[in-house]
Design a protein around this ligand. Structure first.
Ligand code: CA
Length: 229
C-alpha cells in the first residue's frame, strides 16, 4: 500500500518518527511544520491523507482541518488528528471538525499504521492494495496487473493509476481538474488535456476485452467509470 501522506507536526523529533514509520510501511511522506506551510503544500498537490497535530504554532490543527473541509477541492482529504490530551471533549471537537480518526500521544507506530490503513480503506481506496473487480475487469494493485475476463491487459503506469481511481470511484463524474488532483496529485502544473491523452490510452488498453465502454465521457463535465450506458 503506497499513499502520499502529509505530516503536519511542529516538533521535529515527532515529525521525523511519524514520517519514518509511514515510509517504512511503504508510503511517501510530505512534511510541514505548521498549518500555513501545510496549506501551501495542499494547494500545490493533494495528498491521500493528512496526519495532523492539534497543537501547532500559529493556525491550530483544528482550524486547518476546518479549512480543508470548507474548500470543495480539499473537503474529502482524510485527516487523522493527533493530540497530547486524552480529553473526551477534545476528541469530539476533533471529530466534529471533520477528522476521520483521532490518536492520543504517545502512540505506537503500529497503532498509527493501523489507523492510517483503516482510514485509507474507507476514504481513499485508490491508495490501498485491495483488489478491485468491476464487470469482469480486475485490477490488482499488489501485483500491478489488470485482467479483462481473465486476459492480461497492458497498461502504462499513469493509465493504471487512472483506472484504479476510476474503478474505486465508480458511477461518479470527475472533472479533468479533479482527476489531475487525485491521480496526478497536481492541478497546477499539468495541463487538463493531459487527462484526455491518458483517457484515450486507457480506452485503447481496455479495448481487447471490450471494457473500454466502462470509461465514459460526460459532456462538458468530465469522465465517469460506469457499468451502465
Ligand atoms: Ca505540537
Amino acid at each position: 500500500m503506497s499513499a502520499t501522506i502529509l505530516v503536519v507536526e511542529d516538533e521535529p523529533a515527532i515529525q521525523e518518527l511519524i514520517s519514518y514509520n509511514l515510509e517504512l510501511a511503504g508510503h511517501q511522506t510530505l512534511r510541514a511544520e505548521n498549518a500555513e506551510e501545510a496549506l501551501e503544500m495542499v494547494h500545490a498537490a493533494l495528498p491521500d491523507l493528512v496526519v495532523l497535530d492539534w497543537m501547532l504554532p500559529g493556525m491550530s490543527g483544528i482550524e486547518f482541518a476546518r479549512r480543508l473541509r470548507a474548500d470543495k477541492r480539499t473537503q474529502t482529504v482524510p485527516v487523522i488528528m493527533l493530540t497530547a490530551r486524552a480529553d473526551e471533549r477534545d476528541k469530539l471537537a476533533g471529530l466534529e471538525t471533520g477528522a476521520d480518526d483521532y490518536l492520543t500521544k504517545p502512540f505506537s507506530p503500529r497503532e498509527l499504521n493501523a489507523r492510517v490503513k483503516a482510514v485509507l480503506r474507507r476514504r481513499a481506496p485508490q491508495a490501498t492494495d485491495d483488489l478491485v473487480e468491476v464487470s469482469g475487469l480486475t485490477l490488482d494493485p499488489a501485483s500491478h496487473r489488470v485482467l479483462g475476463n481473465g486476459t492480461p491487459l497492458a497498461l502504462g503506469p499513469t493509465e493504471f493509476r487512472l483506472l484504479h481511481f476510476l474503478m474505486t470511484h465508480a458511477e461518479r463524474v470527475y472533472s479533468r481538474t479533479q482527476l489531475l488532483d487525485h491521480v496526478w496529485g497536481d492541478h497546477v502544473f499539468v495541463e487538463e488535456r493531459t487527462v484526455d491523452v491518458h483517457i484515450r490510452r486507457l480506452r485503447k488498453a481496455l479495448k481487447p476485452t471490450g471494457h473500454h465502454h466502462l470509461v465514459q465521457t460526460v459532456r462538458s463535465a468530465g469522465y465517469r467509470f460506469s457499468v451502465s450506458v
